[in-house]
Design a protein around this ligand. Structure first.
Ligand code: TRP
Length: 486
């Protein structure tokens, strides 16, 4: 079978690595990771999160990049092509479609969340954060959201910036912009860690992040860690798949995956090292929840020397991180419209932008004008977050590993991943037995259907994976033979 010729390719390997890291590094690393680490008690959570990145994040990301590159197209078309080539049922394209839809839904609330970072960069400067308590800063945050013009204006700015970059193309828009934004982000982060180091409470921050307390390992925390591993690597939402489709043939999928996953993890840990010492130095609580960076942190900055400068630097860094993620969320849709319907990138970006603005307008209004409209107990912003991170991303992830691990003829992935035998065997073991079982458990637990604590019963789970693997590897060749004969 002749393979699809790529229309777009990264200019260099770094193009992919920077763009994919830009997608992965976002609000998830700088906003969500520190506060959930705070809520779930520090070091033990960090350890579980690292384990999840290894056991699920890396195998799923390799699969997603390989599917994208093999199919060379938008998530829907790429998965459809790979399924055809590998002799899998055409309905598998549904996995690609769902990833694309999930990406667009994430985008609709992500621009609103990203706009907070942009707005706070400005607010650090104009004095509106000059309150003296966390409560008062909570009031500032609420007042900001209660004003649809403010929230809408900032969100519009984020959306326009994103669409403008995407419209300019893969190399001239995305690759060029990430190749200065990502190094810029790294420098800002290191400066902030240095500042936190000088705050006098650095060791309290280090202790908090890295002191391991076994009693803090709970089922709840593990599930949060697992969900976060998915979210932080941008998996199963079309972004990594579309970026993978621009990866030149000779590049190693495994090596690039490791670089991106390590970079993403480093940014999350360094963000923790920048934030917690400042929080502790000012006697604030590390477990303040989602308000940690918008309420506690601005107060901390105010009480510190040169706080305004470093506060601006901090929120500018968060803004860049969010922008490079938003770009990757639009790209899948734009590539799809461009490829399937022959619409130019500029027009596709405009069209996607109009739909985006309409939906995210509703997400924005759910903070103010429509605050009373909460079907099923959630406003639209929360619904988008809930549906994507609780349902669509885990389902899409399971779909991808099952497709790659069981349903495609084995040459396809073997050829695309091009690993040494042991590496390939390890990948196959992970996508066949470990990732789907673990994702399935998270999923069932999130639904409340699990009925037991997965931590207390971890040896059952490990045993089940072992039995499944042995049975699967013994039976699979026979079953396949039967099917081939029948
Ligand atoms: N990884 C992003 C973050 O950490 C969030 C995210 C989830 C995302 N899925 C995505 C970003 C898809 C871009 C594309 O903030």
């Amino acid at each position: 079978m002749t393979r699809e010729k790529p229309k777009n390719l990264w200019l260099s390997r770094w193009g992919f690595i920077l763009a994919a890291t830009g997608s992965a590094v976002g609000l998830g690393n700088i906003w969500k990771f520190p506060y959930i680490t705070g809520e779930y008690g520090g070091g033990a959570f960090v350890l579980m999160y690292l384990a999840c990145i290894l056991a699920i994040g890396i195998p799923v990301m390799m699969t997603e990049i390989a599917l994208g590159r093999r199919g060379r197209g938008s998530p829907l078309d790429a998965v459809a092509r790979v399924a055809r080539e590998g002799g899998a049922h055409p309905l598998w394209r549904g996995v690609g479609l769902m990833a694309m839809v999930a990406g667009f839904m994430i985008l609709c609330f992500y621009v609103v969340a990203a706009s907070w970072a942009f707005a706070y960069t400005w607010k650090m400067l104009d004095g509106s954060l000059a309150a003296t308590s966390v409560e008062a800063l909570g009031g500032v945050f609420e007042a900001h959201n209660a004003n649809p013009w403010q929230l809408g204006g900032w969100s519009l700015l984020v959306a326009l910036l994103t669409l403008f970059i995407v419209a300019k193309g893969v190399q001239k828009g995305i690759e060029r912009s990430v190749s200065w934004m990502m190094p810029g982000l790294a420098v800002m982060l290191l400066i902030l860690v240095g500042y936190a180091y000088s705050s006098g409470s650095f060791s309290a921050g280090v202790d908090f992040l890295f002191t391991f307390d076994a009693s803090k390992i709970t089922g709840e925390a593990l599930l949060a860690a697992l969900g976060h591993a998915f979210f932080t690597l941008s998996l199963a939402s079309g972004a990594i798949l579309i970026y993978g489709s621009y990866l030149p043939d000779g590049q190693s999928v495994a090596r690039t995956t490791f670089v991106v996953a390590i970079a993403d993890t480093l940014v999350a840990l360094l963000a923790g090292l920048a934030i917690f010492p400042i929080i502790f130095a000012n006697g604030l609580s590390p477990s303040a929840g989602p308000g940690l960076i918008f309420m506690s942190l601005p107060l901390a900055f105010q009480q510190m020397p040169f706080g305004t400068f470093f506060g601006v630097l901090f929120f500018a860094m968060v803004s860049i991180a969010a922008l490079t993620s938003a770009i990757s969320l639009v790209e899948a849709t734009v590539a799809y419209l461009n490829e399937k319907h022959g619409i130019s990138r500029a027009k596709a970006a405009t069209g996607a932008g109009v739909v985006l603005l309409l939906i995210s307008l509703l997400a924005m209004l759910s903070f103010n004008v429509m605050a009373g409209w909460t079907p099923g107990g959630k406003n639209l912003f929360d619904w988008l977050d809930y549906l994507t991170s609780r349902w669509m991303m885990p389902l899409g992830g399971i779909g991808m590993v099952i497709l790659a691990g069981y349903c495609l003829r084995s040459e396809v992935m073997r050829d695309e991943l091009n690993l040494p035998p042991l590496g390939y065997a390890l990948w196959l073991f992970m996508v066949r037995y470990v990732s789907p079982v673990l994702i399935g458990i998270v999923f069932l637990h999130a639904l409340g259907w699990l009925g037991f604590d997965p931590i207390a019963k971890w040896y059952w789970i490990a045993g089940a994976i072992g039995v499944l693997a042995v049975a699967g590897e013994l039976l699979a060749p026979r079953v396949r033979q039967e099917l081939a004969r029948g």
